[in-house]
Design a protein around this ligand. Structure first.
Ligand SMILES: Cc1cc2nc3c(=O)[nH]c(=O)nc-3n(C[C@H](O)[C@H](O)[C@H](O)COP(=O)(O)OP(=O)(O)OC[C@H]3O[C@@H](n4cnc5c(N)ncnc54)[C@H](O)[C@@H]3O)c2cc1C
Length: 405
C-alpha cells in the first residue's frame, strides 16, 4: 500500500492529524493496534477526561468533530492549597471569553474520531501493531502484521511509549515525578457550577473537573496526583472509605462525595524527545514527542498544537517535498522549545507547591492575593494560558476563532 502520510497511533492526536491532512488532499494510512471503545463507567462517564482549550476546540471544529463531542464547559477555575487561605480564582468573564475550557471524556472522543476516519475516503484505517520500519529511496516502509505500507512521511503519534521511537532508537529524556495519578469519576452532593477546582495537597494536586449531569446526578472527574504508596493505598480502599477520604481532601467544596466509579492509576513522568523531526521524513507528535504532568491539563492541547502547526507548515507543499529536512527543521525547533517551556512550568508549579517552609507558604498566599487585586495582569495571564495572548501569537499557537475572544 502506498500513501502520502502514514500515521502510527489513532489516539486523539493521531486521528485528528489524519482528518486534518485528509482535508488538505493528502492520502493517509492510520495504523492502530487497538480500535477505541466507548467506556462509560458505572456512573455513566469515562474515568479518563481531558480539558480542551479554545485552540483545541478550533482544530476540532475544523475537522468537524466538535459538534458531536460530549463536553462540559467551565466558566471558572479555583486553585488553593491545603495550608493557606488565599484562593486563586479565574473567570471566563475576566478574560472576555465564553468558557475557560471544556472537559471531554477520552474514550468517546477517540471513538468518534475513529468513526470519522472510517467514513473519510482519504483515510485508510490499518488495524494492527507496527512491528518493523525501514527507509528506502521512495520513503518509509512499515510492517503491520502481514501488510507493508510505503509512505513519504511517517508521523509517530503512538504515545508515551512510542514504538516508532523504539524501532528507530530515538532518544527521549524522561523526568520521573515520583507521583502517580489516580483517575476516577465521582458523584457529589452539590453541583459543580461550571467550575474546575484544584487543591494543592502535600504530596500532589487534586483536580475536580466538571462533567455533564447524568440522570440527575452531579458528576466530577477526579485526577489526584500523589506518591506511589498513597495511590496503592487509596486504590485498595473500599468505596465508602475512598469517598470519605476524598470529601476530606477536597475540603467538602462540593459537599459529600456520594459515590465513586472504578479507579485507575497512571504513572506520572514528564518526557521530551531529543528531536521532534529526528530523521528525514519522520516527525513525532503528541505524547510520542512530549509528556506533561496533568496538573495544568495541557498534554493533549499541546499535541493538538503540534497538529495545527504541522498542517499549516504542509499547506501547499507538493507531495515530493513532504519529507524535505529543511521544511521540518524550524518546526521541530519551535515545537520542542514550546514543549520544554511548558514542561518546566509544570515542574515549577509542582515543586513550588510542594515546598512546606512557612516563608514560602506565606509568599504563595500573598502572591495569590496580590494577583486578585490586579485584574489586568490576571486577564493577560488567562488569555496567554488559553492561547489567546500576544506571546501565544508569537509562538504561532493563537486560536483562530475570533467570535469567542
Ligand atoms: C490522568 C491523566 C489526566 C490527563 N488530563 C489531561 C487534561 O486535562 N488535558 C490535557 O490536555 N491532557 C491531559 N492528559 C494528557 C493526555 O491524556 C495525553 O496527552 C493525550 O491523551 C495523548 O494523546 P496521543 O494521541 O498523543 O497519545 P495516546 O493517547 O497515548 O495514543 C497513542 C495511540 O497509539 C497506539 N499505538 C501505540 N503503539 C502502537 C503500535 N506499535 N502500533 C499501532 N498503534 C500503536 C495506541 O494504542 C494509542 O491508541 C492527562 C493524562 C493523564 C495520564
Amino acid at each position: 500500500m502506498q500513501t502520502d502520510v502514514a500515521i502510527v497511533g489513532a489516539g486523539l492526536v493521531g486521528a485528528t492529524a489524519a482528518l486534518a491532512l485528509a482535508r488538505q488532499g493528502r492520502s493517509v494510512v492510520l495504523i492502530e493496534r487497538q480500535a477505541p471503545e466507548q467506556h462509560p463507567g458505572r456512573l455513566g462517564a469515562d474515568a479518563r477526561t481531558v480539558a480542551l482549550n479554545p485552540a483545541s476546540r478550533t482544530l476540532l471544529e475544523t475537522v468537524d468533530i466538535w459538534p458531536g463531542l460530549r463536553v462540559c464547559p467551565y466558566q471558572s477555575m479555583q486553585v488553593w492549597e491545603d495550608t493557606g487561605t488565599a484562593v486563586l480564582q479565574f473567570d471566563a468573564a475576566d478574560a472576555r471569553v465564553e468558557a475557560l475550557g471544556w472537559i471531554t471524556e477520552v474514550s468517546p472522543a477517540a471513538y468518534q474520531l475513529w468513526v470519522a476516519c472510517e467514513d473519510n475516503p482519504a483515510v485508510t484505517l490499518q488495524a494492527g501493531s507496527l512491528t518493523a520500519l525501514e527507509s528506502g529511496v521512495d520513503g518509509w516502509h512499515l510492517q503491520v502484521g502481514d501488510d507493508r505500507i510505503q509512505a513519504r512521511l511517517l508521523l509517530a503519534a503512538d504515545g508515551a511509549a512510542s514504538a516508532v521511537r523504539r524501532l528507530l532508537d530515538l532518544d527521549v529524556q524522561v523526568f520521573d515525578t515520583g507521583q502517580q495519578a489516580l483517575a476516577t469519576v465521582v458523584q457529589t452532593e452539590l453541583p459543580h457550577g461550571g467550575c474546575a477546582r484544584q487543591r494543592f495537597l502535600y504530596d500532589g494536586p487534586l483536580a475536580l473537573l466538571p462533567l455533564p449531569e447524568a440522570q440527575g446526578r452531579h458528576l466530577v472527574s477526579i485526577v489526584w496526583s500523589q506518591s506511589a504508596e498513597q495511590a496503592t493505598r487509596r486504590l485498595a480502599m473500599s468505596d465508602g472509605d475512598f469517598c470519605a477520604a476524598l470529601t476530606e481532601a477536597s475540603e467538602g467544596c462540593l459537599g459529600q462525595i456520594l459515590a465513586v466509579d472504578q479507579r485507575a492509576v497512571f504513572p506520572l513522568r514528564q518526557q521530551l524527545a531529543t528531536d521532534f523531526a529526528p530523521l528525514p521524513g519522520v516527525v513525532l507528535l503528541g505524547d510520542a514527542a512530549h509528556v506533561l504532568h496533568p496538573l495544568a491539563g495541557q498534554g493533549v492541547n499541546l499535541g493538538f498544537e503540534d497538529v495545527q502547526a504541522m498542517v499549516s507548515l504542509l499547506h501547499g507543499v507538493p507531495r515530493s517535498e513532504l519529507a524535505e529536512p529543511a521544511l521540518w527543521r524550524g518546526y521541530a525547533r519551535r515545537r520542542r522549545l514550546r514543549s520544554r517551556l511548558l514542561l518546566r512550568a509544570m515542574d515549577a508549579f509542582r515543586v513550588g507547591y510542594a515546598q512546606r517552609a512557612p516563608a514560602l507558604q506565606w509568599l504563595r498566599n500573598a502572591g495569590v492575593r496580590g494577583l486578585g487585586r490586579l485584574p489586568p495582569v490576571k486577564r493577560s495571564l488567562i488569555r496567554e494560558a488559553l492561547g489567546l495572548g500576544p506571546v501565544a501569537g508569537v509562538l504561532g499557537i493563537r486560536s483562530q476563532t475570533g467570535h469567542r475572544t
